[in-house]
Write a new protein. Structure first.
Length: 77
């Protein structure tokens, strides 16, 4: 995992995105729906290249991490 500081410009873009375009909770819900659909599609395919599976696995992980950052759901006690 790479950790870098987010520039003020990117931070402002994200703030504007969540203030003007979509609620963070709604975005988290959307990310989870996309991940669920993506996982089902991958599981239903008979032949998927191994390199693509690795990319999808990594993408699935990071989308879930973003969803949890926006609206913790899986880690709620």
């Amino acid at each position: 995992m790479s950790t870098t500081n987010v520039s003020k410009e990117i931070e402002n873009r994200l703030l504007n995105f969540f203030n003007d375009r979509i609620d963070p909770v709604e975005m988290a819900k959307t990310l989870r729906q996309v991940n669920f659909t993506l996982a089902l599609c991958v599981l239903s395919e008979h032949e998927t290249f191994q390199s693509e599976i690795i990319k999808l696995r990594d993408s699935f992980y990071w989308l879930n991490e973003l969803a949890e950052t926006l609206n913790p759901y899986l880690e709620v006690e």
